[in-house]
Structures are given as structure tokens and as C-alpha cells.
Design a protein around this ligand. Structure first.
Ligand code: NAD
Ligand code: DAU
Length: 354
């Protein structure tokens, strides 16, 4: 029987960022046993992990992080040494439709995992870690100037960000109260392959491909700081191995874009890829009522991560967007699969009934 150096629980590994992280850890660390625990909600998809599903150091467990009994069984069965926690309800617009689902998974589910770690791990051990993957949205909304640092006070303004902020507080409360070894990272907007088409970039790519209206909220003036998903995963790897316990690290792309400029850029890229005359896709842009409480601007100051661990983003945005568009155009089956069924009801509710 193979013996492994460490057994790591990755939660939410069938989702967008989680699947990139599972692939990275499985391939890069063959001496780690990776257990992916995912409830396979609408956002979870095992197709995302087809290429590594038979790797000897990879195991999938379909389970809900809110299920205390099942979580305890998994901890007893696998004796996890560390947890890398991605599982969450992650879409702001859905949190506006149904806040309680976000409280359940993001707050209750995270606390169930924290309890399981506290029960399983001897306090004397130095090799355990609860790594919590969080978001820059916990800091609230910036004006035209300034950046979020690790010291920016929390000011969440959507049900999603309030639930993530609450989960961050529980993580640090367990660290301070029970001595649980924990680290949090707060990242800006990710983009790349396998991104569920409810989020801005994949939704726009899909609608451009299908000649459907491109719903830009408000006047398209809101600003996001975009990061290539694989750069996020590289940062997580570094922090997981070299970060200081009890600390928070900001991760960001140094790459701010107004939504409308980003949508126009995507239209230009797609016109080229689809051999349409320049300007064709931009005609699909349609301004729609704004997201309630829409945060104006996010921008991350990632100096701490750069100075302490030497991380910087690797990929230029236009290059990353081209790669992303190519992936979506080459993976129509994936898109068709995830946009069938309940996606249609969500789309109707979000865009056609407002
Ligand atoms: P996602 O919605 O694509 O994936 C979430 C995954 O969690 C899915 O596989 C889903 O099946 C699983 N899941 C949901 N509820 C669960 C439950 N109760 N039990 C077990 N599994 C469950 O999300 P994502 O965009 O990959 O985000 C992953 C994490 O990163 C989240 O915690 C999110 O807050 C954070 N984050 C995301 C971004 C971003 O730009 N997407 C940026 C910063 C931080
Ligand atoms: O900042 C990190 C966060 O980024 C993550 O924590 C979240 O999980 C992730 O979903 C993302 O949140 P945003 O709300 O910033 O991402 P979204 O892709 O939903 O929207 C990006 C911007 O585009 C935002 O200003 C709203 C706007 N938008 C979005 C959609 C879906 C539109 O104008 N039209 C749309 O149809």
C-alpha cells in the first residue's frame, strides 16, 4: 500500500477554483493524498476533473459540509492533516435571491468543518492547518482611489459577502479561542476555464457565441480586479506551505477593469475568433437594471504576499482572456451541459423577470 506524506481535505473541489486547485495539488504533490469533498450543487461538476480522476493520490467524496455526522466520519476515516476550504455558495446575485442558502453553507458549513478539525487534531501537533479561501468582497466597496490591505476593516454589503465575512470571523475565532492553526486568504475576481456561466466573463462569452443580449448592470461603471485562476492557485500553494499561521493574505491581479470596458474587449476578441466583422458583438450590449447594493470598486494591495512569499501574477490579462475564450469555444459540450436544466430557470429569474 502506498503511504502518503500528508492527507489533505479539499472542499468544493468540483467547482471553478477548487477544481484548478485539486488538479494542481494532485499533479504537483504525488506524495500528498488529496480527498475532494463536494456536495455537487449546481456549481459542482466532476467533468472539471476528468483528467485526474484516476490519479492514485486522488479520492472524491460526495458530501455536504453542513452534514456534521458525515463530516466527522470522513475525518475519522481519512485522518486529514490539513483542510483547504473552497466549498461555498459563491454568486452575489443568487445571494440576493436566497440569502439563507449562503448562511447555511458559508457560515454553518465552515463552522462544522472547524469543529471537525478541533475535535480531530491534537493541540500539540505542528503540522495541521485549516486554510480558508475567502474573498476581497468582505472589505466592502472602494471609491475611485485606494486599495484593500489586510488591515482594511470588514464592511460586507451583500448577503454573499456578509456570509463570507462571518465565516472569516469564525475561522479567526477558532484560531484565537481554541488555538486552531488557521490561515485566510482574500482574493479578487478570478477568471479562466471551467468558470460557471452565471459570472460576468463566462456569461458574456456564452451570450456572444449565441447572439444573445449582453446584460450590463447599471452603466457598466463598476470596477473589478481580475486574476487568472491558476495564479490564484499558485498563491494558495505558497501560502499553504509557507504562510504564517493566524495571518491573513490578500491576493489580487493588479488589473482593474470597468465592466463595460471588459465587455467591449471580450466583444472584440470574440469577433476575431468567430470571424465576425468588427463591432458585431458589441451591438448585443444591453444595459439592464443595476444589482441592488452593487459595490462600485474592488482593488487589492497584495504587497504582503509579494514581500513575504515572492508571489506576483504571471499572466497578462488580454492573453489570459484569449486563452479563456478559446477554452469556451473548444468546450461547447461542457457549456451546454452546465447551462441545461436549472440554469435556464435561474437565467429567466435573474434577467428576464426583473
Ligand atoms: P463555485 O461556486 O464555482 O464552486 C463552489 C463549489 O462548492 C461547488 O463545487 C459546489 O458543489 C461546492 N459546494 C457548495 N455548497 C457545498 C456544500 N454545502 N458542501 C460541499 N460542497 C459544496 O465557487 P468558486 O468561484 O470556485 O469559489 C470557490 C471559493 O473561492 C469560494 O469560497 C469563494 O467564496 C472563493 N472566492 C471566489 C472568487 C471568484 O472570483 N470566483 C474570488 C475570491 C474568492
Ligand atoms: O471579488 C471576488 C468575488 O468575485 C468572489 O468572491 C465571488 O465569488 C465572485 O462571484 C465575484 O463576485 P462579483 O460579483 O464581482 O462577480 P460577477 O462575475 O458576478 O460580476 C462581476 C461584475 O460584473 C459585477 O460588477 C457585476 C457585473 N455584472 C455581472 C453579471 C453576472 C454585470 O454587469 N452583468 C452580469 O450579468
Amino acid at each position: 500500500m502506498t503511504s502518503y506524506d500528508r492527507t489533505i481535505l479539499i472542499t468544493g473541489g468540483a467547482g471553478f477554483i477548487g477544481s484548478h486547485a485539486v488538479r494542481h495539488f494532485v499533479n504537483r504533490y504525488p506524495t500528498y493524498r488529496i480527498v475532494n469533498m463536494d456536495a455537487l450543487t449546481y456549481a459542482g461538476n466532476l467533468e472539471n476533473l476528468k483528467d485526474i480522476e484516476t490519479a492514485p493520490n486522488y479520492i472524491f467524496e460526495k458530501a455536504d459540509i453542513c452534514d456534521e455526522e458525515r463530516t466527522a466520519e470522513l475525518f475519522a476515516g481519512y485522518a486529514f492533516d490539513a483542510v483547504l476550504h473552497f466549498a461555498a455558495e459563491s454568486h452575489v446575485d443568487r445571494s440576493i435571491q436566497d440569502p439563507l442558502a449562503f448562511v447555511r453553507t458559508n457560515v454553518l458549513g465552515t463552522t462544522v468543518l472547524l469543529n471537525a478539525c478541533r475535535n480531530a487534531w491534537d493541540k500539540e501537533r505542528k503540522d495541521t492547518l485549516f486554510y480558508h479561501v475567502s474573498t476581497d468582497e468582505v472589505y466592502g466597496s472602494l471609491g475611485r482611489e485606494g486599495f484593500f490591505t489586510e488591515h482594511t476593516p470588514y464592511d460586507p454589503r451583500s448577503p454573499y459577502s456578509a456570509s463570507k465575512a462571518s465565516s472569516d470571523h469564525f475561522v479567526m475565532a477558532y484560531h484565537h479561542t481554541y488555538g486552531l492553526p488557521a490561515i485566510i486568504s482574500n482574493c479578487s475576481n478570478n477568471y479562466g476555464s471551467h468558470h460557471f456561466p452565471e459570472k460576468l466573463i463566462p456569461l458574456m462569452i456564452n451570450n456572444i457565441r449565441n447572439n444573445k443580449p449582453l446584460p450590463v448592470y447599471g452603466r457598466g461603471e463598476n470596477i473589478r480586479d481580475w486574476l487568472w485562476v491558476e495564479d490564484h492557485v499558485r498563491a494558495i500553494d505558497l501560502i499553504f506551505h509557507k504562510g504564517r499561521k493566524g495571518e491573513k493574505y490578500n491576493i489580487g491581479g493588479l488589473n482593474e477593469w470597468k465592466n463595460i470596458d471588459l465587455v467591449r474587449l471580450l466583444c472584440r476578441i470574440m469577433d476575431k475568433k468567430l470571424n465576425r466583422p468588427e463591432g458585431t458583438s458589441a451591438k448585443l450590449i444591453s444595459y439592464v437594471p443595476d444589482r441592488p447594493g452593487h459595490d462600485l470598486r474592488y482593488a487589492i494591495d497584495a504587497t504582503k504576499l509579494k514581500n513575504e512569499l515572492g508571489w506576483t501574477p504571471s499572466l497578462n490579462f488580454e492573453e489570459g482572456l484569449e486563452k479563456t475564450v478559446d477554452w469556451y469555444l473548444n468546450n461547447e459540450d461542457w457549456v451546454n451541459q452546465v447551462t441545461s436544466g436549472s440554469y435556464q430557470q435561474y437565467y429567466e429569474q435573474q434577467y428576464l423577470k426583473r
